[in-house]
Ligand binder design. Structure first.
Ligand code: SAM
Ligand code: SF4
Ligand code: SF4
Length: 336
């Protein structure tokens, strides 16, 4: 079995299909100096599908399509159709801001997509516009309900929580998800990319998030799915659904991290906080065989020793953490 430098296997592949986005969320979008990836450098669906097949051959069980905003990539359903039939792939999921979901859901579902995560951080239309800079909450909600109406069984909402910005939206979001049968995951605010001015003062910890919810809706912890999922899950004691918290900052899960990322321009990245990636596009476009590419992927994973969030927690504990000391790849080119 393929394992990395800390004996972690390779199970999840996150594919960023574009770095473009129709929102400008303040916690994610880089500043003006960011250079958008040139269109010619973006992998084609055939190239992505070829790599996905090779990754599944190396042990990948789950694929998540992300971005930037994946639905701004034209005809994404054609990629879904290619990935949903890969032999051995157990799960294919899309993470989206939901703005274009209403108009694209039929084609996506027909192509084989069964699972969708939609990011929504507040149910207050004005605040939603402020946080996303240009998003229209009404369209996002229409998209979520369109997916539900078309029979998408597993819809999950994702909410990043920023202290002083949307911590008072936690309870309304929980109520909304319980009332409508959606699962919800709260995400601790992270220092992704280089431009979001992250400080630990803006972080609302998992502990605080759970205390807030449990005071209103009693909960029981059920742990991590298969021991390695990023989110710690809870169920409501009244039996009306479940929720989770992704505590990358206060309870890092690097020791069980089985994720690899593929950027839209063909870089393999082994950690959300990596400074650089490994260029696989040169091999794809240079005529390499499947075996050569597989060897390349294997050689990257074998030496992987990433544990950024664990190191950050150690540094935060000694008040010795400067998020700007380490230049990272931007979240929009990596996917979440
Ligand atoms: N555009 C899509 C969306 O927003 O769902 C997919 C890409 S987005 C980069 C993936 C996820 O990363 C979203 O759920 C988003 O909320 C999350 N994210 C972005 N910046 C973050 C930050 N600073 N801390 C925690 N999560 C973040
Ligand atoms: Fe776009 Fe998603 Fe980043 Fe918001 S979180 S700016 S929707 S990529
Ligand atoms: Fe995985 Fe890197 Fe996140 Fe740790 S910080 S869980 S190694 S992606």
């Amino acid at each position: 079995m393929l394992v990395d430098g800390y004996r972690r296997s390779l199970k999840d592949l996150r594919i960023s299909v574009t770095d473009r986005c129709n929102f400008r969320c303040t916690y994610c979008m880089p500043l003006d100096e960011y250079e958008w990836i040139d269109k010619r450098e973006i992998l084609t669906f055939e190239e992505i599908a070829r790599l996905a097949n090779l990754f599944v051959g190396l042990g990948v069980e789950k694929i998540r399509l992300t971005g930037g905003e994946p639905l701004v990539r034209q005809n994404l359903d054609q990629l879904v159709a290619k990935l949903s039939v890969i032999d051995g792939l157990q799960d294919l999921c899309l993470t989206t801001n939901g703005a274009l979901l209403g108009e694209k859901i039929d084609a996506l579902r027909d192509a084989g997509l069964k699972r969708i995560n939609v990011s929504v951080d507040t149910l207050d239309p004005e605040k939603f516009k402020r946080m996303t800079k240009r998003g229209d909450l009404k369209k996002v909600l229409e998209g979520i309900f369109a997916a539900k109406d078309r029979g998408v069984q597993r819809i999950k909402l994702n909410a990043v929580v920023e202290r002083g910005v949307n911590d008072d939206d936690i309870i309304p979001l929980v109520q909304f998800s319980r009332n409508n049968g959606f699962a919800i995951r709260f995400i601790e605010y992270m220092d992704v990319g280089n431009a979001n001015n992250w400080t630990s003062a803006k972080l609302l910890s998992k502990k605080e998030i759970i205390e807030k919810i449990a005071a209103r809706f009693p909960l029981k912890e059920i742990g991590r799915d298969q021991g390695s999922a990023p989110s710690v899950d809870y169920e409501f004691l009244d039996g009306r659904g479940d929720l989770g918290v992704i505590a990358s900052v206060t309870e890092p899960f690097c020791s069980s991290c089985t994720r690899v990322r593929l950027t839209a321009d063909g870089k393999i990245v082994t950690c959300l906080f990596s400074q650089t990636g490994h260029d696989v596009k040169a091999l794809l476009r240079g005529g390499a065989s499947d075996q050569e590419i597989t060897e390349f992927l294997r050689s990257i994973w074998k030496v992987r020793k990433d544990r950024y969030s664990a190191e950050r927690l150690e540094a935060l504990r000694t008040s010795n953490y400067d998020p700007k000391s380490h230049k990272k790849i931007e979240m929009i080119s990596l996917g979440g």
